[in-house]
Design a binder for this molecule. Structure first.
Ligand SMILES: Nc1ncnc2c1ncn2[C@@H]1O[C@H](COP(=O)(O)OP(=O)(O)OP(=O)(O)O)[C@@H](O)[C@H]1O
Ligand SMILES: [Mg+2]
Length: 282
């Protein structure tokens, strides 16, 4: 596979660095080291380190313009990084485009969702990857798979999987986008502000879905400005400020005020157990 072609011959090799908050000794699914990205005169990311362990939800926090979406899009292959290393399951990889990212098992759910309004749920879930049988669309098999995936995520409020996505609520749309990620056997799902436009009940549904992705053993990265959501679903928190990773640790190392402190000033005197070895390194 192209993205693996540059894998290190020494598969146990690590980039130097102490696990940034992942359990010691366990290789995170995705490990970023020293990621930098600029757009013209704007430096969006400065030497960012990030670990995304499987079976855990990592919340990426930061003020407007901190670099959260640029970091997400770099992992998704929409942006190419200027510098830095990307390690996947312990191997060095290069993500040059969205195809490379998808081939690794990375799915991104963007705030605008990128669903096609005029298509129904099944058509959206299989868009670009339709199942064929003797040259014809295999509607039965696609419908079955879509139904099973939604059921496995306990998405029960959708009346018909043949209804156009335009007729769904915001939370249901989000559920379809997440289910699509699950159906394609993703290993990492990244959600950029999944609850920003949602009401209370819909937010509840999306948070439950995030917890179920984690139960399925996936690594989840969620961007949210809502600290209630963050503290409800996250196992780990990473805070970006002006393009630098200023704190990264398990959730127990933070309280709401310390996250706000890191987001706004880059430091906090309230850290519950103090930043991890390199949590404030950048
Ligand atoms: N395509 C681009 N071209 C030029 N500059 C960009 C581009 N995308 C992002 N930037 C800049 O990079 C910086 C980080 O932007 P980013 O979108 O990652 O912020 P964010 O943390 O996602 O903020 P928000 O919470 O508002 O979504 C900003 O200064 C932004 O203006
Ligand atoms: Mg953003």
């Amino acid at each position: 596979m192209d993205v693996m072609s540059q894998a290190s011959p020494d598969q146990t090799a690590h980039p130097g660095g102490t696990g940034v908050g992942a359990s010691p000794g366990e290789e995170p699914l995705l490990r970023l080291r020293g990621i930098s990205k600029h757009f013209g005169a704007v430096q969006a990311l400065y030497g960012v380190d990030l670990d995304l362990p499987k079976g855990q939800v990592t919340a990426l926090c930061g003020d407007n313009g901190a670099g959260k979406s640029v970091l997400t899009k770099s992992i998704a292959g929409i942006h190419q990084v200027d510098e830095g290393e990307i390690w996947w399951e312990g191997r060095r990889v290069h993500i040059r485009n969205p195809k490379d990212s998808a081939a690794l098992g990375i799915e991104t759910v963007y705030q605008d969702l990128a669903l096609a309004d005029n298509l129904d749920i099944v058509q959206n879930m299989f868009l670009g990857r339709e199942r064929l049988q003797r040259g014809l669309l295999d509607e039965d098999s696609m419908e079955r798979a879509a139904k099973e995936t939604l059921a496995s995520l306990r998405v029960t409020t959708v009346r018909s999987i043949r209804q156009p996505v335009a007729t769904l609520s915001g939370g249901q749309r989000q559920a379809v986008a997440v289910a699509k990620a699950v159906m394609w056997n993703s290993k990492l799902v990244m959600l950029d502000e999944p609850t920003a436009a949602l009401g209370v009940a819909q937010t509840r549904m999306v948070l439950d879905l995030i917890l179920r992705l984690k139960d399925h053993g996936l690594a989840v990265m969620v961007i949210s400005h809502n600290l209630n959501d963050v503290f409800e679903v996250a196992d780990r928190i990473a805070v970006l400020r002006l393009g630098r990773m200023v704190a990264q640790d398990s959730i127990s190392a933070f309280d709401r005020q310390s996250v706000v402190d890191y987001m706004t000033t880059g430091v906090s005197s309230r850290a519950v157990k103090g930043p991890s070895a390199d949590g404030g390194r950048n």
